[in-house]
Design a protein around this ligand. Structure first.
Ligand code: SOE
Length: 379
């Protein structure tokens, strides 16, 4: 196996999911490349040291610029807050590194355009981490749609509901709470949660033409962790939008962090001429499938337990019937990315795909302000 020296930047929640993937991928997938955990980089040295000890990184760095200058590093994995994605990924491209970057691509399309330009000019392999595409049930849904089993698609419905920001005492900003700080995150649920729904939708159902959205910020002011002052909240706490896809289908999307009782309820449903599918992250290994071509008296929703060896990715894990989880989607994503580097046929989502999602988010946020249908730019 050829070694790929990895520097991972940012040791938060996503740093853990990506580190786990780098460590596991060669245990379960036969690949030409083997990631080697060389450097963990974080501004907080103590945190980086503890992370290095836990995950097996060879060394610690506190300045991401030094990572770019390090000739031993082949792959830079960016697990930083959204406001850092542009600067760090563009520096990585300039240094000729292979790049993985956490979603969303950027805070907005303007930043995203600069990133795509720089990355494509450098010609380096690049991946934007939209991991849910690689949940086996979702990958199976893609296969069914591509085989034409649903026929013409009429409806696409998706939501992502959480409930962790309901308390007005929750501050904004800093370590785990930068997602509430608009300057860092760019937006609220639109860029953080709907971006997942949108990426999956564009992958399964093609491009979107126009959107009509509404957003709300339920808690208008929160204490900022970094300044200590009570500051205006600039993110969208909830967002719902209608969309028209290029294939003629109609869609509804909804996301909130104010749906009491829901922790990560990501669902999608697609209705086509010959059939429908439904999927729910809380029951991630099941794909519900209705095939109208089934014999009439037996026709009904099938609940496919996507754990058999002929299901996507599953032969690489345990024996049929045994489940895998959230973290495996990152392993699959990395495996596909590394295979793409070997074959020269990238599987995506690449930065340009990330820009397509970003353009939908931009149109959604614009529409919420103008109260009008807004066109989606093509990436
Ligand atoms: C937010 O709570 C969050 O962690 C997102 O940032 C992730 O992208 C999503 O997969 C789960 O929820």
């Amino acid at each position: 196996m050829k070694k790929l020296n990895v520097a991972l930047i940012g040791c938060g929640f996503m740093g853990r999911t990506h580190s786990n993937a780098h460590r596991k991928v060669n245990n379960f997938f036969d690949l030409e490349y083997q990631p080697v955990l060389k450097i963990i980089c974080d501004v907080n040295e103590d945190k980086a040291k503890a992370f290095a000890a836990k995950w097996g990184y060879e060394s610690v760095e506190t300045d991401w610029r030094k990572v770019m200058a390090n000739k031993d590093i082949d792959l830079v994995d960016i697990c930083l807050p959204n406001n850092m994605h542009m600067e760090v990924s563009m520096a990585a491209a300039q240094a000729g590194k292979i790049i993985i970057c956490e979603k969303p691509l950027a805070r907005d399309g303007k930043e995203g355009e600069k990133m795509v330009k720089a990355i494509e000019k450098a010609g380096v392999p690049n991946l934007i981490s939209y991991n849910y595409r690689r949940i086996p049930a979702i990958t199976l849904a893609k296969k069914l749609i591509d085989e034409g089993r649903l026929g013409k698609i009429f409806h696409y419905r998706s939501k992502f509901l959480q409930d962790w920001t309901i308390s007005k005492d929750l501050p904004q900003g800093g370590d785990a709470l930068w997602r509430l700080d608009v300057k860092v995150a760019g937006s609220g649920v639109t860029g953080d949660l709907l971006a997942h729904c949108i990426d999956t939708a564009l992958w399964l159902n093609g491009s979107m033409e126009q959107v009509n959205a509404m957003t709300e910020t339920f808690i208008k002011e929160r204490k900022h962790n970094l300044t200590g002052k009570v500051e205006k909240v600039g993110i969208d706490d909830a967002c719902a939008f209608l969309a028209r896809f290029s294939n003629g289908s109609l869609a509804t999307f909804e996301s909130t962090r104010y749906a009491r009782g829901h922790k990560a309820l990501f669902t999608l449903e697609i209705n086509g001429e010959h059939g429908s599918i439904f999927w729910d992250l809380h029951d991630a290994h099941r794909l519900q499938y209705f095939d109208h071509k089934d014999e009439g008296s037996l026709r009904g929703w099938r609940s496919i337990h996507v754990t058999d060896s002929d299901h996507p990715y599953m032969k690489n894990w345990w024996v049929p019937g045994l489940m895998i989880g959230y973290e495996h989607s990152f392993v699959h994503q990395l495996s596909d990315f590394l295979q793409g580097i070997s074959s020269g046929k990238p599987t995506g989502p690449c930065f340009r795909d990330g820009l397509a999602t970003q353009y939908v988010c931009d149109a959604v946020l614009k529409s919420a302000k103008t109260n009008k249908w807004e066109k989606v730019k093509k990436a």
